[in-house]
Design a protein around this ligand. Structure first.
Ligand code: AMP
Length: 287
């Protein structure tokens, strides 16, 4: 596996790969790798000739009071894990390499940002879209891999690719969980022992919502109320609970079709997100 820190060195590798007409699978990450990231890399390994992963903690997507400085980092460990997962090139630029001067422009996301993380983290998805567009232009992948855990992010990246005719296929991969159901996340390391023991209730609350919907509770507000009641037993704070159509992310008071049940929950040093996406009519056919 090659570890590249500069755009110039990446460009020359990409040129060589393109000359040989081989496909590139790309996995953008912020590092502190876990099973979720590795599952994306392994999927890319299966589907494409060259796997390129990036590790870049992108300042543009962090708000002023967010955890940019505290975001966990461990490059040596990430390097080993990425290699084991079959990555060919690990691109890990410094901030000064990606943004050598203040960006004179950025992508502004107009749709799908008035809900969920877009609402609680203003400007976050503009930062995500801007860095992903830069990375797509550098890496020129045929396919790029994103996790369902950040479902709003994938929906926005898919919209971006469509809106700007970016020639890349977005592959959405399932959420990888710990054995008790907690979604794997780099931020889980900041949970206290008690919080970690409790945090599987986030996934439990999503399952409960799914069951209620399957049992015919199709009133959006009622299902949200039940999820909140479940989460109110925890020691953290609910940031949001919502149920929206997916991938459109629109409010629908009487639930039908494909929906996302999404939760953000704030512990002392970590804000966790999780979701469940399913087709109500499809689920009911299996009951
Ligand atoms: P991050 O490093 O948190 O920016 O995540 C990089 C990529 O990994 C994004 O596409 C995430 O959606 C994905 N990812 C993060 N956690 C998980 C998980 N538990 N399961 C699957 N994919 C994940």
């Amino acid at each position: 596996m090659k570890v590249l820190k500069t755009i110039d060195s990446l460009k020359s590798e990409i040129e060589n790969i393109k000359k040989s007409n081989q496909t590139i699978g790309f996995v953008p990450t912020m590092g502190y790798l876990h099973g979720g990231h590795l599952s994306l890399m392994k999927e890319a390994r299966k589907q494409t000739d060259h796997v390129i992963a990036s590790i870049f903690v992108n300042p543009l997507q962090f708000g002023a009071n967010e955890d940019l400085d505290q975001y966990p980092r461990n490059f040596e460990r990430d390097e080993l894990l990425a290699k084991e997962a079959g990555v060919d090139i690990l691109f890990c630029p410094e901030v000064s390499e990606m943004y050598p001067y203040e960006m004179p422009m950025s992508i502004q996301v107009h749709k799908g940002t008035d809900v969920l993380c877009g609402q609680s983290r203003p400007g976050h998805f503009d930062g995500v879209a801007t860095v992903v567009m830069k990375l797509f232009n550098l890496v020129q992948p045929s396919k790029a891999y994103f996790g369902q855990k950040d479902a709003q992010q994938v929906a926005i990246i898919m919209n971006m690719v469509q809106a700007f005719n970016v020639p890349v296929e977005i592959v959405q991969c399932p959420t990888i969980r710990e054995s008790d159901g907690l979604a794997q996340s780099s931020r889980n390391v900041y949970l206290s022992e008690n919080e970690r023991a409790e945090a599987s209730m986030i996934y439990d609350s999503l399952k409960q919502a799914c069951n209620a919907i399957k049992n015919g509770v199709l009133n959006r507000k009622e299902v949200i109320k039940r999820v909140k009641e479940h989460l109110e037993n925890g020691t953290g704070e609910i940031d949001y609970v919502d149920i929206l159509t997916y991938p459109e992310l629109e409010i629908q008071e009487k639930l039908s079709g494909k929906v996302i049940v999404a939760v953000a929950y704030r512990y002392e040093n970590a804000r966790l997100i999780d979701n469940n996406i399913f087709d109500i009519e499809e689920e009911n056919r299996h009951v």
